[in-house]
Design a protein around this ligand. Structure first.
Ligand code: SF4
Length: 387
């Protein structure tokens, strides 16, 4: 049976570029939204049509997908439903920034089938939001959650960031408590990384802003694990917590190393032994799609920029690396055996013995998982499984 796939749609527009962001995003390109939506719809039809591929998740990421007028969102979703066999209960997620949202717009999203909202809240501290040049306040986030509930959203994620310059354990505790107070179904907590080429990187390099303290960030993570367990959330992935039954099906696709197709400028996909990615610049992306009549080779888009074959060895290593991110699920021996025809305990005997001895992983109940100590040192463990 053909596996069902997830679709990722990259919406590259933002009102303002945040000081820590190094994603493929652009401010001031609002005039390209309509041609962008047309190009994405075309890309989806060219790649997907006639293959009967089942889809269990559609994810609008960015960028700020909530900036797209609902009519454009509708055109893209219509293309998805035309070109793919989108399951009636598919998870359809839209990333949104908390400012500038309106009740009517949210109601339209619901009508279009969007059933999961991911809000970029980031912090409840106005100073931290200003440092990031976020365009919203925490009060906007409170309002956004209320509007979303009124519109009928019963699956809301809040993104938060910790390890921020000037942030204290107390301010993080306050942010977390106020986020929990909004009663989301899901929380994603990201440790800030200072990416080269961002204003924040420049400020830290020049000594204008203090570098984040990794030990303090580790304490914040430890605190969050306890506080969220106390609040009844299941810690199911290193950086993600959910109410029972509310795990992100889209992101599970990534962590289980299952296939997904990427659409939009700079989007990545993984399918049939290939990882591939599109051209990054929206103008180039649109031009490629405008000129395209058909695709030469599934799943590669007319906007393809590059691709990399995934060897069996690499696929096995990535399955371990990604699966170990799943706190409870980890990697099951039986699943690995079914997929690759080999026993992971034999393939990775050395690595398993080494990290077990260090107390970073545990092997029981037919699966391998990170220990609590291992979660804080996950990157070291993951790297060991890659060829
Ligand atoms: S809103 Fe999100 S995607 Fe846009 S610049 Fe800020 S962090 Fe980046």
């Amino acid at each position: 049976m053909m596996p069902s796939v997830a679709l990722y749609i990259h919406v590259p527009f933002c009102r303002v570029i945040c000081t820590y962001c190094d994603f493929n995003v652009y401010a001031g390109l609002g005039r390209l939204m309509a041609p962008f939506a047309q190009a994405v719809a075309r890309e989806i039809r060219l790649v997907g049509a006639g293959r009967g591929l089942r889809v269990h998740s559609i994810y609008f990421g960015g960028g700020t997908p909530s900036l797209l007028p609902p009519a454009l969102l509708e055109a893209i979703l219509a293309a998805c439903r035309e070109a793919f066999d989108v399951a009636a209960d598919a998870e359809i997620t839209l990333e949104a920034n908390p400012d500038g949202l309106e009740a009517a717009q949210m109601a339209q999203w619901r009508v279009l089938g969007v059933n999961r909202l991911s809000l970029g809240v980031q912090s409840a501290q106005e100073g931290e939001l200003r440092l990031f040049r976020r365009t919203h306040t925490f009060a906007d986030a409170v309002r956004a959650v209320r509007l979303a509930r009124d519109a009928g959203f019963d699956n809301i994620n809040l993104d938060l960031i910790y390890g921020i310059p000037y942030q204290t354990l107390e301010s993080w505790q306050d942010t977390l408590a106020r986020a929990i107070g909004l009663a989301p179904e899901h929380l994603s907590l990201y440790s800030l990384t200072i990416e080269e080429g961002t204003p924040l990187h420049l400020w830290v390099a020049k000594g204008k802003v203090p570098a984040p303290d990794p030990d303090l960030a580790a304490d914040m993570y430890e605190y969050a694990q306890d506080a969220l367990a106390e609040a009844g959330f299941e810690h199911y992935e290193i950086a993600n917590w959910a109410r029972p039954g509310r795990v992100s099906r889209h992101n599970l696709t990534y962590w289980r190393n299952e296939p997904y197709l990427g659409f939009g400028p700079g989007a990545h996909g993984s399918y049939g032994g290939w990882r591939y990615w599109n051209v990054r610049k929206p103008q180039d992306y649109i031009a490629r799609l405008e000129a395209a009549e058909a695709i030469a080779d599934f799943p590669f888009s007319p906007a393809l920029e590059g691709r990399e074959p995934i060897s069996r060895e690499l696929e096995m290593g990535e399955t371990m690396m990604l699966g170990l991110r799943l706190i409870q699920e980890g990697v099951a021996f039986a699943d690995f055996q079914r997929r690759f025809g080999v026993d992971l305990r034999e393939v990775y005997a050395q690595e398993l013995a080494h990290y077990r001895a260090l107390g970073l992983i545990e092997v029981n109940a037919g699966r391998v998982r990170l220990t609590r100590r291992g979660r804080a040192l996950g990157n070291e463990v993951f790297a060991a499984f890659l060829p």
